[in-house]
Design a protein around this ligand. Structure first.
Ligand code: BG6
Length: 273
């Protein structure tokens, strides 16, 4: 792992639990719920600001994947690649912000301000908001690209998505309907579930992780499996066994935010069992 300087990290605490945010991308890189790490961070992750962080919760804005909303072929926008600043800090809460600047205007010709508020209680809440400071409407997609740490991918299942329509990114965006109430992952998966329920679950033998979202209508399920793991320089070949990405977002269609308006969405992660 390429390490971070201590001044790049902000930690919050609440009754035996902690969470740490890296200023690069406002990426939440650790959530220790009563001492037990819940997020996956690759041992090959680069934390020196030279590339997006492979793990934790990177913020995807203003373009999910590759697309027309920014003038770049860079995947998942630029917010995860920029240094955010701390705007508010308490024992169990930190708020970070990112403002448009000359660099962002080259890729995305708008003025905006982003806020990410992380609040640690027994649950972990992440609230993302976008404020349009331009005179024109702001168009974007956004997503919290959460990497969950699992003991063994063979032993988990993902619940809450039965009956949802999804685009399978591995099969050129065909539309399918999820048949399984407990999705097992036994190969590469890269799916965008549209209009997903607001409660999703990762069931593991000894616990269930609940992802409760607000104003994020869609959900992405991703595991790179064997070949893609080998192709990623910042991901160990075997790490696909230790993670699953279940990412809530607004990605099926874009948000069109009128001038001066603000848009907010959030997820709350909780552990049961
Ligand atoms: C997921 C996408 O959200 O992120 C996948 O659906 C992508 O297609 C994955 O491969 C990781 O993206 P990146 O840019 O962080 O390697």
């Amino acid at each position: 792992m390429v390490l971070a300087g201590q001044d790049e990290l902000v930690s919050v605490f609440h009754s035996g639990s902690s969470a740490t945010v890296h200023l690069h991308g406002a990426t939440l890189i650790s959530w220790k719920h009563h001492g037990e790490e819940q997020l996956f961070l690759s041992k090959k992750a680069v934390l020196n600001g030279s590339k997006p962080i492979r793990g934790g919760i990177p913020v995807v804005f203003p373009q999910f994947g590759v697309g027309p909303l920014i003038k770049s072929s860079q995947q998942h926008g630029f917010a995860r690649s920029m240094r955010w600043t701390v705007s508010e800090r308490k024992e169990n809460k930190v708020k970070l912000q990112l403002r448009s600047d000359e660099q962002t205007r080259l890729l995305y010709p708008f003025d905006f301000e982003l806020h990410l508020a992380v609040t640690l209680e027994d649950n972990l809440s992440v609230e993302f908001s976008v404020h349009n400071l331009s005179a024109a409407p702001l168009e974007f997609t956004a997503l919290l690209h959460t990497y969950f740490r699992v003991e063994s991918i063979a032993d988990i299942s993902v619940g809450g998505l039965a009956g949802c329509v999804y685009r399978d990114k591995l099969r050129d965006s065909s539309k399918d309907v999820e048949a399984s109430s407990e999705i097992k992952i036994a190969g590469e998966v890269d799916r965008v579930y549209l209009d997903a329920p607001t409660s999703l679950f990762i069931h593991a033998p000894k616990k269930t992780v609940k992802i409760a979202s607000s104003n994020f209508p869609d959900a992405v399920l991703w595991n790179p499996w064997i070949e893609k793991s080998k192709a990623m320089a910042d991901f160990d070949d075997e790490e696909y066994k230790e993670m699953v990405c279940l990412e809530v977002g607004h990605v099926g269609r874009s948000v069109i935010l009128p001038a001066s308006a603000q848009w907010t969405a959030s997820q709350t992660l909780s552990i049961a069992g």
